[in-house]
Design a protein around this ligand. Structure first.
Ligand code: ATP
Ligand code: MG
Length: 426
């Protein structure tokens, strides 16, 4: 560290994901990607920055996100831009812009960083990562069920236990409007019990009050009129059919009448996967149906349903349920003794990689004594050290030395070494 210079740190709530952690992330991402593709979902990649207007219109002006969590700035042209706080808005925008919803259905997914200016704590960051899935053009409960069953399979593929499924129906927007009045009447009658946020929300977004995490409000919320008692017939049938699909597939769930989700654009089905193992930040995946959003953003009326999962929380859950550490280990470590071996080392390594597809080979760079190179070989986790020194070079051979177990060192020519490496990675 240079004397007198202050070191700089990352922005609060924005994390470096270090090399020890990335294998777990990659494993999760790879498994999820494979699974999504096996269900027929295709990847879409959107920009990280969008016009602020997009989020105001889609998420809603009176939500936590738009009111206080967005990273909004003016660019050099004076346009108001925002770092995306979630992916649905951008995904819908892109689909409309490129005509992806015209006379066709779409099953899409995306993965990447999202930004919200929240109070950082365990499981809650200002830059965090989501894998999001959106399905367009399918109005029925069958696609809702597909998404939920797919997430259930994801947890199995990842070896995650202890996540429970909670579902609810928000009804049609008309039913919600009727319920909203009943709820406002109830809340007004208990006005003094409401916290400041909720008093403010009473007119603008009363349903969100049901989502409050304030412990002092829980009894009031518990006793509030239930949305389920005000569902329209169509939504009731939709919800029953969804439950039928889940029951038939043997996926268990809890109907949580207070599950309303934080965003404005949901209708009918909403669901969350929740765990008790991560403390207060227990929701690892959340989603639902948002039939109105496409039209709201200027597209043709298009039914839609989707979900997003929080990668940080899933990784934390994986960590909590893992018995053994995940590490990326090379198969072999190439020890190079002396200038001539160093000069020949990179070309040799390339020949070995050509000859043994899938070989993870780490080359010692920067020289060093025999002892220090072996120490590095051992620390790399490699199974064998390949050693080339002056003698080996002269004889056209290399020493093949297993680093785990008791097998002894052998001297092999290149072809034989290649054969042994092939066996090693099988
Ligand atoms: P919460 O109630 O925890 O604030 P949310 O309703 O704001 O969640 P969504 O917008 O539905 O969350 O995002 C989907 C998922 O993304 C969440 O279930 C969670 O796993 C993850 N997530 C949301 N915000 C954060 C954050 N600030 N840090 C880490 N993960 C997050
Ligand atoms: Mg939130």
């Amino acid at each position: 560290m240079a004397k007198g210079k202050q070191t700089l740190q990352a922005v609060r709530g924005m994390n470096d994901i270090l090399p020890e952690q990335t294998p777990r992330w990659q494993r999760l991402e790879n498994r999820v990607r494979d699974l999504l593709q096996s269900y027929g979902y295709r990847e879409i990649r959107m920009p990280i920055v969008e016009k602020t207007e997009l989020f105001k219109r889609s998420i809603g002006e009176v939500t936590d996100i738009v009111e206080k969590e967005m990273y909004t700035f003016e660019d050099r042209n004076g346009d108001s831009l925002t770092l995306r706080p979630e992916g649905t808005a951008g995904c819908v925008r892109a689909c409309i812009e490129h005509g992806l919803l015209h006379k066709q259905t779409q099953r899409l997914w995306y993965m990447g960083p999202m930004f919200r200016h929240e109070r950082p704590q365990k499981g809650r960051y200002r830059q965090f990562h989501q894998i999001g899935v959106e399905a367009f053009g399918m109005p029925g409960p069958d696609i809702d069920a597909e998404l939920i069953l797919m997430t259930a399979r994801m947890w199995r593929a990842l070896g995650l236990a202890d996540v429970r499924l909670e579902i609810n129906s928000l009804g049609s927007s008309e039913a919600r409007a009727a319920y909203r009045q009943v709820l406002v009447d109830y809340l007004k009658a208990h006005y003094d019990w409401l916290d400041e946020d909720s008093q403010r929300r009473l007119e603008s977004n009363p349903l969100r009050i049901l989502d409050s995490k304030n412990p002092d409000m829980q009894q009031l919320i518990e006793d509030a009129p239930k949305l389920a008692d005000h569902l329209d017939d169509e939504s009731r049938r939709h919800f029953e059919a969804l439950r039928g699909h889940l029951d038939a597939a043997g996926v268990s769930y809890i109907v949580n009448p207070r599950l309303v989700r934080g965003l404005d654009y949901y209708s009918r089905t909403v669901f969350e996967w929740v765990t008790d193992r991560l403390g207060a930040q227990g929701t690892v995946c959340a989603g639902g149906r948002y039939d109105g959003l496409v039209e709201w953003l200027g597209g043709r009326p298009t039914p839609a349903v989707g979900f997003a999962m929080g990668i940080e929380r899933l990784v934390a859950l994986l960590e909590a349920s893992e018995t053994e550490a995940v590490a990326l280990r090379p198969h072999a470590y190439l020890v190079l003794m002396g200038d001539a071996a160093i000069a020949a080392g990179q070309a040799l390594a390339e020949r070995l990689r050509d000859a043994v597809p899938g070989l993870a080979l780490q080359v010692n760079c920067g020289g060093g004594s025999f002892k220090s190179q072996f120490k590095k070989a051992d620390r790399s986790g490699a199974e064998v050290a390949l050693v080339v020194g002056e003698d080996e070079l002269a004889a056209g051979r290399l020493a093949f030395k297993p680093l785990r177990g008791d097998a002894g060192q052998e001297h092999l020519d290149e072809a034989a070494a290649i054969e042994r490496l092939r066996q090693l990675i099988d």
